[in-house]
Design a protein around this ligand. Structure first.
Ligand code: ADP
Length: 506
């Protein structure tokens, strides 16, 4: 509603390892669903192709139906695949289910099968599906290393068969993972792996002269796609200046752009959010107090209200940090913040899940020592529902990442009236501007620090706490201001449409 239809309509097929909410691990899942919905609203045709992971909750897919059984190639054999159709959050999905052991298990990632080969299989199987169903979208939009080989399969195989029309757009959400692949692994799927082992194709730049054997699916994707996007303008600059892919990106500079991710403002809407005990928006923030009390009460944290007959109006800020617990996210700063928020007399809730056993044990130790106390709660789990409640309850959302391609937590936090405290890197630098920086007071919306040391974080936390406690009126105005910022896909999907249009075949 309220979104203008585009005049020149496209058919876009996303090929992805994640899609929120049925197969979401991090921001990739949110982006696919959010961008897909935004393009649908503008009148385009959108499909999302996803592996049919065994762990996908089938009841969350509307009108799920088997539409086709066909074969795709692996290691000398043709493997039967089922293609299902359905709808998730209003977006049409096509789920590919191979009849072998790929994508079985209780989690999206980390199953007992060979992940690299499973995604190579999936990449080819999606094109095979297009081939056997004569589906020729204008754009095939691939994401991350998992589907980085699809452009190779397309240009060197399926384009010589019957697929003529599609052009390929690759979005890189995080450069850290690049799909290291042996030549013979690629060969198992019908391409000659050795043909890609040159620096201008898919060979890993770092190993030139050392191990020319290793390919990188992400690098292959960069070379073979018609356009490459990463998820913020600052991350674009960072990736051109440093990192092992910078050479490849520089060579492909004219087709490489940075588009800030949006958030889905229907799924993330404090005025209608079904998980919240009270609704609110920028013009009526009273409900946010109720949400804060509700969360504090639920987690056994002291809250504002009547205590022994007296009304206690508290000045205790609630800080949240909702994240995957991995090094990228600034683990040492998260653990330091827990300590420092307590010293400052605030409250903090961490909601996170670790994939690494050592990190998990470290945070279990922290949870054990802090969760008995009265100000800190460390919740080691993944919970969509809890995340909504925490964003609504929070006064401040902390994102102390070492690097952050875009970051959604600060944008979602703002939408729910939580003022962001972030490290100045990647997309965080593009979305949060410091309150104490006079040069841009009109866009100031949070607290920013640069260093990776504890002192830098202390300073930002200290400044945020002073504002909260000493300037309540300004704080309230800031809360309303951050809630009004438009970080929606409606605002940025147009930039993707422009890229799609610049490469499509008419
Ligand atoms: P990344 O993609 O690196 O994980 P982003 O900030 O782009 O980081 O996206 C993270 C998304 O995952 C946000 O929507 C955040 O709320 C959500 N998230 C992260 N950890 C959890 C968790 N433990 N429970 C619920 N949601 C989580």
């Amino acid at each position: 509603a309220g979104v203008e239809q585009d005049s020149d309509l496209l058919h876009i097929v996303h090929v992805t390892a994640e899609m929120a909410p049925i197969a979401k691990v991090g921001g990739l899942g949110d982006v696919v669903t959010g961008l897909g919905r935004a393009c649908l609203k503008r009148g385009h045709k959108v499909d999302v192709m996803l592996p049919f992971y065994e762990c996908i909750p089938k009841h969350c897919i509307n009108e799920l139906a088997l539409i086709k059984t066909y074969n795709s190639y692996h290691d000398g054999n043709w493997v039967a695949c089922n293609a299902y159709r359905g709808e998730v959050s209003g977006v049409p999905v096509i789920l590919i289910e191979p009849s072998n052991h790929f994508f079985k298990g209780t989690n999206i990632y980390g199953g007992s099968y060979n992940e690299l080969e499973a995604y190579l299989f999936f990449s080819r199987a999606c094109l095979e599906w297009m081939q056997v169903t004569a589906t020729q979208p204008d754009i095939i939009h691939v994401h991350e290393w998992q589907t980085g080989a699809l452009p190779l399969f397309y240009w060197d195989m399926y384009h010589f068969l019957s697929l003529q029309k599609p052009r390929i757009v690759l979005t890189i959400h995080n450069m850290e993972h690049h799909g290291e692949c042996r030549q013979e692994q690629l060969s198992k799927f019908g391409l000659d792996g050795s043909a890609y082992a040159t620096a201008d194709k898919a060979v890993d730049d770092r190993t030139v002269g050392h191990n020319p054997e290793r390919l990188s699916l992400l690098k292959g994707g960069i070379v073979y796609s018609n356009a490459v996007v990463t998820v913020s303008p600052t991350y674009l600059k960072e990736t051109l200046c440093s990192g092992w892919l910078s050479g490849a990106l520089m060579r492909n500079r004219d087709k490489y752009s940075g588009i800030l991710n949006g958030i889905d403002t229907e799924m993330w809407n404090p005025a209608t959010d079904v998980y919240l005990p009270a609704k609110f928006d920028a013009s009526k923030t009273e409900g946010k107090r109720i949400c804060k009390q509700f969360v504090q009460r639920g987690l056994g944290l002291p809250f504002e209200g009547i205590i022994r007959g007296t009304c206690v109006t508290d000045q205790v800020p609630l800080v949240i940090c909702i994240t995957r617990l991995v090094a990228q996210k600034g683990l040492h700063l998260i653990t330091h913040a827990i300590k420092h928020v307590e010293e400052l007399g605030g409250q903090m809730v961490v909601l996170g899940r670790a994939s690494d056993g050592r990190v998990e044990r470290e945070f279990e130790g922290l949870a054990e020592s802090h969760n008995k106390g009265s100000n800190i709660r460390i919740l080691l789990m993944y919970s969509e529902e809890l995340s909504h409640m925490l964003y609504s309850a929070a006064d401040m959302v902390l994102v102390p990442s070492m690097y952050e391609p875009c970051g959604l937590a600060q944008m979602i936090g703002m939408r729910y009236g939580a003022v962001p405290i972030v490290r100045k890197t990647g997309g965080l630098a593009d979305t949060v501007f410091d309150m104490d920086d006079q040069s841009h007071s009109e866009i100031a919306n949070g607290f920013v620090f640069e260093g990776i040391d504890e002192g830098s974080l202390n300073c930002a936390l200290g400044r945020a706490f002073s504002y909260y406690q000493e300037k309540p009126n300004e704080w309230k105005a800031t809360v309303q201001k951050v809630m009004r910022i438009d970080n929606s896909w409606n605002n940025t999907a147009g930039k993707y449409i422009d890229i799609y249009n610049s490469v499509r075949v008419r």
